[in-house]
Design a protein around this ligand. Structure first.
Ligand SMILES: Cc1cc2nc3c(=O)[nH]c(=O)nc-3n(C[C@H](O)[C@H](O)[C@H](O)COP(=O)(O)OP(=O)(O)OC[C@H]3O[C@@H](n4cnc5c(N)ncnc54)[C@H](O)[C@@H]3O)c2cc1C
Length: 384
């Protein structure tokens, strides 16, 4: 018999990634009985550059630095590996590189430390409403099926979520960036510099983030359905970092992007992180909104369980205000920038103020709305 048979938590969190672990931590800390289900076994790897503004620390009462691999001090932008700009990041807005295997395991350990339970190898296949809340259908590691009951559910099952759209959460037809990630082991040119190149990838960019003993390389294409042509891009990028053109293991993926304002809640149900289509459509930043939405989702579900019927609608509203409104401008910038990237690089990225503005966007100090009108006007004027 399953070890979970008869288990009836107040909240089931589906997915123990950044969003799910953040939600589980805060719910358990507020005294809620929480069960986290993940189809993977932890610690698990996850294709991700792991770049994250240190400002996320403010959402957690424990120190996140044990999960930090590298502290970035400067950024190097380039166009097809030439025409570089090197900029020191403002000291007050540091940027961290984390390994996802370490960060996600660390976050879920913190959640377990305040009482959340984690069940690994548990693939959630469906959800149904019941008079008391939700019945969550789970396939266990051996293949057996199990139905678990809870009053509330937090969906945080990532970019590949099949659960959110049928429940009316987030966009019915999500939009995806095509991605490739490569982990490289070997010497690093500048261990405190993150590199971004805007000229090698069509309708997107590639990045090289230094970490202990190597690089996390990523390619992302954000507009249209063009292939990434990763082998051609990597054949230029990797030798520029001192690696052979075919080095590293390549993992292709799809990253669900922010694509409009949609409800992120239902009755006793909220969606967070990539499953909620929160990822920045211009810079592919997904960790910060995953953590933020996990924290906000936990506060909302706690209030809802405490008898505030409007608390879950307030979650959708707060995510729109603190994240979606900025992403609406980010999407417009992306649509213009990635169609004329060479102009965008010259007029946007190479400006003396650009690195500071990007650091301020990534730390949450500024939203895209604060800079958008000026940026779009500059790009459109140049095009006409
Ligand atoms: C190549 C690449 C590079 C990136 N680089 C960066 C970066 O540098 N900085 C940044 O901010 N963002 C980056 N991102 C985006 C970032 O990785 C995501 O936005 C982030 O992982 C979202 O976290 P999450 O918790 O929503 O989802 P995830 O971290 O994907 O967690 C979802 C969890 O749900 C589990 N799950 C899935 N389905 C089920 C199911 N049916 N039942 C049970 N469990 C399930 C999965 O096993 C997983 O553990 C990158 C993405 C890609 C693809």
């Amino acid at each position: 018999m399953s070890s979970l048979a008869g288990c009836r938590p107040e909240v089931i969190v589906v997915g123990a990634g950044a969003a799910g672990a953040a939600a589980a931590f805060h719910l358990a800390r507020l005294g809620r009985d929480v069960l986290v289900l993940d189809s993977a076994t932890f610690p698990r790897t996850k294709p991700c550059g792991g770049g994250m503004a240190a400002s996320v620390q403010r959402w957690f009462p424990f120190d996140l630095r044990p999960a930090v691999d590298t502290v970035i001090e400067r950024v190097r932008f380039s166009w097809a590996l030439g025409d570089p700009v090197l900029a020191e990041l403002p000291g007050e807005a540091p940027f961290w590189i984390v390994r996802r295997s370490r960060l996600d395991a660390y976050l879920i350990e913190q959640a377990q430390g305040v009482g959340a339970r984690l069940a690994c190898g548990m693939a959630v296949e469906g959800l149904e409403t019941t008079p008391g809340g939700w019945s969550v259908q789970v396939r266990e590691p051996g293949g057996a099926r199990l139905a678990l009951q809870a009053q509330a559910v937090v969906l945080a099952d990532g970019s590949g979520s099949r659960l959110a759209a049928p429940l009316g959460l987030g966009p019915r037809q999500p939009r995806f960036a095509a991605t490739v990630s490569v982990e490289l082991e070997g010497p690093v040119l500048d261990p405190a510099a993150a590199r971004f190149d805007f000229g090698l990838v069509r309708h997107g960019f590639c990045w090289a983030f230094p970490r202990q003993g190597g690089y996390s390389i990523g390619l992302g294409s954000f507009v249209g359905r063009d292939g990434l042509e990763e082998n051609a891009v990597l054949a230029e990028l990797l030798p520029s970092l001192g690696f052979s053109a075919d080095a590293g293991v390549r993992t292709r993926g799809r990253l669900r992007l922010w694509n409009g304002h949609y409800p992120l809640h239902g009755a006793g149900l909220v969606v967070a992180g990539d499953a909620a289509s929160l990822c920045d459509p211009f810079l592919a930043e997904g960790l910060r909104p995953a953590l933020l939405s996990g924290c906000e989702a936990a506060a909302a579900v706690d209030r809802w369980l405490g008898g505030e019927p409007e608390a879950l609608a307030a979650y959708s509203a707060v995510m729109r205000r603190v994240w979606g409104d900025s992403m609406a401008w980010g999407r417009r910038i992306a649509q213009v920038f990635y169609r004329v990237p060479r102009v965008g690089y010259q007029l946007g990225i190479k400006r003396p103020t650009a690195p500071r503005r990007i650091a301020q966007i990534l730390s949450g100090e500024l939203g895209y709305g604060d800079i958008a009108q000026r940026v779009i006007r500059r790009l459109l004027l140049q095009r006409s």
